[in-house]
Design a protein around this ligand. Sequence first.
Ligand code: GDP
Length: 204
Amino acid sequence: MPAMTNPYHAARFLKSAPAPAQAPPDQGAEVAFAGRSNAGKSSALNAITGQRSLARTSKTPGRTQLLNFFDVGEHRRLVDLPGYGYAQVPMAVKQRWQAELARYLQERRCLRGLVLLMDVRHPLTEYDCQLLDWCNQAQLPVHVLLTKADKLKRGPASAALHRVRRALGELHPGSTVQLFSALKHEGLEEVRSQLDRWLELNAG
Ligand code: GDP
């Protein structure tokens, strides 16, 4: 098999947008990353792209906006959705963010899938179920990362994987789920393969 390069190493911050209207043109292909604050999203993005501080951009004050776009090559993007869980903002702002997020998930035509990150010890929170519901309505494929898998022993981690897989069968049929640890670099190949398929990268 020929050696494959990791296109995600070349990820570069492109722009932040407070609403879908300010997003880059709806062309090419995009995969979005969402998760509750502290789920391990920044660590996962940094591990996947092999860059130490890529996703810090999304936590920079002033950039805690709805959508942060990273370029990974010809009209291919990763999108960090910081979400309303992160910043201390008024309820009215949170509600507007929610509406904009739902609109982005439902209307963005180049969006190929959502990577949803959940702490393996606390999966399927209300926030996660809300996102799964929107994705289900939008018929948007979802790949779940059960993060910080290193925090559990193999048996409990595998039990959590099976439990979430069963629940997803009801909440969003067709979605996929895996264990992931940014700390131990566990599950990197599996998630990169999913991104490759959605973005049609490394295909030949
Ligand atoms: P975010 O808020 O979703 O972007 O989460 P961060 O990536 O900032 O991570 C939140 C906390 O979880 C930090 O203290 C990280 O060090 C920790 N964390 C993230 N990923 C892992 C992991 O794979 N293993 C362990 N043990 N801790 C992690």
